[in-house]
Design a protein around this ligand. Structure first.
Ligand code: NAD
Length: 338
């Protein structure tokens, strides 16, 4: 691509994104990139802002389905830069058909997410969310706050890539017994624990943490049948993608007290809710609101990645991907291969 000034529209851009993206944009493309930041998500109804833009930069809940990609192409957009690792929201076949360059940030501080998974687990396990509220009311009663020691507990990791492995390293320090299920086993894990089939892993674990991508194969990997196979009282942590869990089945398992607790940073219908302030609204999602009523459920709004280190890596990889697109260099993070 040859032109002097590249126009880039950044969707779902929050002040913390802008801070790091703006810094790197200046370093990487001094005076030759014009960046438009929009705090709303990319949706069919927001596409009109991209007219005359060369590239869009999108995040986890932006819509990059076939009709949106076609409309972007029609408006002149030739590159999609994802500021995330997961790409379940992009129709890659259509991007390829249209010749749109798509690249992602495959890794940004996996430790950020792994450390957050531990934080969620311990909040849930030691009832810190309840303790925090009680103490603020002057209630120092400990009834109902009995947790369990992680030392000696069996933890199952579903998906053992960069984040799963970072979590394995941390949990080894806690003295946990580690099991993992991954169709592409990484031999380095054998020093930490054992690979098992999903069927074998589910009934053995006191804690299960999800770290696989959302694909057609993994959608609802936690469903009525897999929940029934889990140990009674087990805790389930999901910092990966909401669609890995069939929420209705999880609610049933919680009501029956079969599932001992749920810590989620992602939710299957998070798209129109997360990253926005709905505190004055009547939230229409009854499943999510039901989840929030359980004392043994902790929900956060897709923030596991949110550390300064990760934001710096996201910004620099995103602009490196843009640089590769503009210069026609081979891009190692490209998702559309010839
Ligand atoms: P990764 O690609 O390094 O690892 C994913 C692992 O899942 C791989 O080892 C792969 O073999 C395995 N896998 C594939 N199909 C599987 C299946 N059917 N069952 C079990 N395992 C399977 O990815 P990563 O960097 O470790 O990230 C994992 C996921 O975390 C991402 O896909 C993304 O959805 C999510 N994520 C969430 C946040 C957040 O802020 N909450 C941030 C970054 C990433």
């Amino acid at each position: 691509m040859t032109r002097k000034t590249i126009k880039l529209a950044v969707f779902s851009a929050k002040p913390y994104d802008k801070k790091y993206l703006a810094q790197v944009a200046q370093d990487k493309f001094p005076g030759s990139v014009e960046v438009f930041y929009y705090d709303f998500a990319l949706r069919p109804k927001t596409i009109s802002v991209v007219k005359g833009v060369d590239a869009v930069c999108a995040f986890v809940n932006d819509d990059l389905s076939a009709p949106v990609l076609r409309a972007l192409h029609e408006a002149g957009v030739r590159a999609v830069l994802l500021r995330c690792a997961g790409y379940n929201n992009v129709d890659l076949a259509v991007a390829k058909e249209l010749g749109i360059f798509v690249a992602r940030v495959p890794s940004y501080s996996p430790e950020s997410v792994a450390e957050f998974a531990v934080a969620l687990l311990q909040v849930l396990n030691r009832h810190i969310h309840r303790a925090y509220n009680r103490v603020r009311e002057g209630n120092f009663n400990l009834q109902g706050l009995v947790g369990s020691t992680l030392h000696g507990k069996t933890v199952g990791l579903i998906g053992l890539g960069k984040i799963g492995f970072a979590l394995a390293r941390i949990l080894r320090g806690f003295g946990c017994r580690l099991l993992a299920y991954d169709p592409f086993p990484n031999d380095a894990f054998r020093e930490f624990g054992e690979f098992k089939s999903l069927e074998e892993l589910l009934p053995e674990c006191d804690i299960i943490s999800l770290h696989c991508p959302l694909t057609e194969e993994t959608r609802y990997i936690i469903n009525e049948s897999s929940l029934a196979k889990m140990k009674k009282g087990a805790l389930l942590i999901n910092t990966s993608r909401g669609g890995l869990i069939h929420t209705k089945s999880v609610i049933t398992a919680l009501k029956k007290r079969h599932l001992g607790g749920l810590g989620i940073d992602v939710y299957e219908e998070e798209g129109d809710l997360f990253y926005k302030d709905h505190s004055g609204d009547i939230i229409q999602d009854d499943q999510l609101m039901r989840l929030l009523t359980f004392p043994n459920v902790v929900v956060t709004g897709h923030q596991a990645f949110l550390t300064e280190e990760a934001l710096i890596e996201i910004a620099s990889t995103t602009f490196q991907n843009l640089h590769d697109f503009v210069t026609g260099s081979e891009c190692k993070n490209s998702l559309v291969k010839d």
